[in-house]
Design a protein. Structure first.
Length: 254
């Protein structure tokens, strides 16, 4: 029994020691890949840059700057729809970055869509999307835990007055972030996609036997409503029209 415990301890200790080195090597490889991609981009070899950036993104999909760089390479390669997918992912991860926001808006404009809805003041849009959904949920739960912890201490220490301001601030901030998060969660599509083919035929049902109601151009964002045997029911965000397209016409953002 003692030998087994010693072996397990040795394994855990070994993993603890080598894990920083493994992480460091992984980060170095990713940075090296991104550097190669930027070099190809700067020389105008956008196809090679796209492949290298895609490899870097595959290793670190939650890096908004790699998604942004991939979007730039795809845009320069003439792949508008795929570029918008990358820009949208970058925006979802870091919506307050002005470069990401500008390039997404520029690409969407090429596809005939606006990032900022008509009639909405830009400053209100920027403030509303200052934080990502993950950041909003994180802030909400942080202040909820602070509120619960301070409330527990307040009760245990027989309601000292010094804890009331902390509880008050925690309640206010948890309410603000909770409402903000809730509104964003309700307003944003459950599943977002982008048309990535030059023109997508939107049909009345899931199959080529159904009639074509209208077409959607490359780069147009759609809400994914349902799926059936290689077909996806979508709703166009701009027009609100609904129909079915082939799954090859759409790339999911999330």
């Amino acid at each position: 029994m003692k030998n087994k415990i010693m072996k397990k301890t040795s394994i855990y200790l070994f993993l603890f020691i080598i894990s920083p080195a493994l992480l460091s090597n992984s980060l170095f490889a990713q940075q090296n890949l991104a550097a190669q991609a930027r070099q190809k981009y700067d020389t105008g070899d956008f196809s090679a840059a796209t492949l290298l950036f895609q490899n870097a993104v595959n290793k670190s999909p939650n890096n908004p700057f790699l998604q942004y760089d991939l979007g730039n390479a795809l845009f320069k390669s003439g792949k508008l729809g795929e570029a918008i997918v990358a820009y949208q992912r970058a925006f979802d991860l870091m919506p307050r970055n002005s470069d990401i926001r500008y390039n997404l808006a520029f690409a969407l404009n090429r596809a005939g869509e606006n990032l900022i809805p008509s009639g909405v003041p830009p400053i209100l849009f920027y403030l509303f999307y200052w934080l990502s959904l993950k950041e909003l949920s994180g802030a909400f739960w942080l202040f909820v835990w602070i509120l619960l912890l301070s409330a527990g201490i307040w009760i245990k220490l027989k309601k000292p007055a010094s804890l009331r301001p902390i509880m008050g601030f925690a309640f206010i901030f948890s309410s603000v972030f909770g409402i903000w998060w809730g509104i964003r969660f309700v307003l944003e599509p459950d599943s977002l996609g982008v048309i990535v083919t030059q023109t997508a035929e939107v049909r009345s049902g899931p199959g080529e036997s159904f009639s074509v109601d209208f077409t959607a151009p490359e780069g147009r964002r759609v809400e994914i409503l349902s799926e059936s045997s290689g077909w996806i029911e979508v709703g166009l965000l701009k027009e609100g029209s609904r129909g079915w397209v082939s799954s090859k016409d759409v790339e999911k953002v999330d």
